[in-house]
Design a binder for this molecule. Structure first.
Ligand code: HEC
Ligand code: HEC
Length: 346
């Protein structure tokens, strides 16, 4: 099966022109300027579904996408003007945070690890406990969150209205200019177009085997057989968008509430949303609490059967993996972070 591939040149042409100059003046901390361009495109890359409902329901113009990007990098949306979305979702760190808990405004830190924003167009719910249903809702959340950006939405809207640059940019992007709804649309439209695909694994499953090392191929086999990983980490994003208790965060046999806090169902105790496995080499530390720092540690965690607690998922059991198996599994996970560029035979 052949999939259409968005050629990098087209992406650069679409996003590159006139994008960052004004913005750089407003943001003192550009955070790996332009690294993000590699990952942002109007259409999904090779290896991901080419038709995604959420994407089709949210067509964006180049002006809207550019506005969303500028907002994502701008500290104007935080109370003390020190924090941008990109401070925690760092483009040079796979749109995740290098800190287990990220610093927000006024010296506060987040309660959980900031996850990657890759392929969120495929998400069915947001946050580690899935408490948010739509991306439009989710992108406004960090602005008001006291641990993150701590800015009331009315204040955010009024700041944007006062800025000549933003007034014009909103006017160009949306007929009715700066509104709270347009702020959400712009941020969601941009976030929805941060992708990672086109990995050696995607080529391998399409029959183009040469890109995947022998070690990673063996690792893939373990992933799909005795590792049991595939039960929850299902393609294309290698996440089933469901909630499971793997024992992360368990102290003295007691799990954190996790999903139970949302559903009030005791069976959901200690369950968290399965994260994507694309981009892992870019995004340490891992897990909702950022408690594991290397992929070797993650594999070791699963090898010993997670962390015992009354609600541990039945698929989390001690694994019979040799040291070679464990190494190969890590090689497979690493392959999901590589992009084959340009793709061959396309
Ligand atoms: C201070 C750090 C911080 C800032 C600033 C921040 N985030 Fe986040 N973000 C997080 C953390 C932590 C989570 C996970 C929280 C949880 O699950 O309880 C998260 C979760 C998300 C998610 C959900 C991802 C998923 O797969 O469930 C999205 C989307 C998101 N943030 C987008 C944004 C946008 C857009 C902005 C800017 C308006 C932003 N974030 C600003 C730390 C931050
Ligand atoms: C029962 C479902 C389930 C199985 C089986 C499973 N996982 Fe997970 N995985 C999860 C959940 C849920 C999380 C998040 C746990 C948390 O933070 O509380 C996770 C987290 C991870 C992470 C961290 C990703 C990040 O960005 O933080 C990696 C890596 C990972 N799993 C790899 C694997 C591998 C490799 C296997 C097989 C050995 C495996 N998983 C088996 C559900 C599962």
């Amino acid at each position: 099966m052949k999939r259409t591939y968005m050629i990098t040149g087209v992406i650069l042409a679409l996003l590159g022109a006139g994008m960052s100059v004004n913005f750089a003046a407003e943001s003192p901390d550009p955070m790996a300027p332009r690294a993000e361009i590699r990952y942002v495109s109007p259409a999904p890359p090779y290896g991901l579904p080419q038709t995604i409902e959420d994407l089709e329901n949210d067509p964006v113009t180049p002006e809207q996408l550019r506005l969303g990007k500028n907002l994502f990098f701008d500290t104007i949306l935080s109370d003390d003007r020190t924090i941008a979305c990109a401070s925690c979702h760092r483009p040079d760190h796979g749109f995740a945070s290098p800190d287990a808990k990220s610093p927000g405004v006024h010296g506060q830190v987040t309660l959980r690890n900031a996850p990657t924003l890759f392929n969120r167009a495929l998400a069915k719910s947001f946050m580690w406990d899935g408490r948010i249903a739509t991306l439009e809702e989710q992108v406004l959340n960090p602005i008001i969150d006291e641990r993150e950006m701590g800015l009331p939405l009315e204040e955010a809207v009024s700041r944007l209205k006062q800025s000549t640059t933003y007034s014009q940019a909103f006017q160009l992007a949306y007929k009715n200019g700066v509104t709270q709804e347009n702020l959400a649309r712009a941020l969601a439209g941009f976030t929805r177009r941060i992708w990672l695909g086109n990995s050696p694994v995607d080529h391998f499953v399409d029959g183009n085997v040469g890109h995947l090392s022998v070690e990673a191929r063996t690792g893939m086999w373990i992933f799909e057989s005795k590792g049991q990983c595939w039960r929850c980490h299902t393609p294309p994003s290698f996440a089933d968008e469901d909630f499971h208790n793997t024992g992360v965060g368990v102290r003295n046999g007691v799990a954190e509430p996790g999903r139970e806090a949302i559903t009030k169902n005791p069976e959901d105790r200690g369950k968290f949303k399965t994260p994507t496995l694309r981009g892992l080499t870019l995004t340490p530390p891992y897990m909702h609490d950022g408690s594991l720092t290397t992929l070797e540690e993650v594999v070791e965690f699963y090898r010993k059967g997670g962390e015992p607690n009354p609600n541990l998922d039945r698929h989390i059991q001690p694994l019979d993996l040799s040291d070679d198996d464990a190494r190969n599994l890590v090689e497979f996970l690493k392959a999901l972070s590589i992009t084959v560029d340009p793709p061959e035979n396309q």
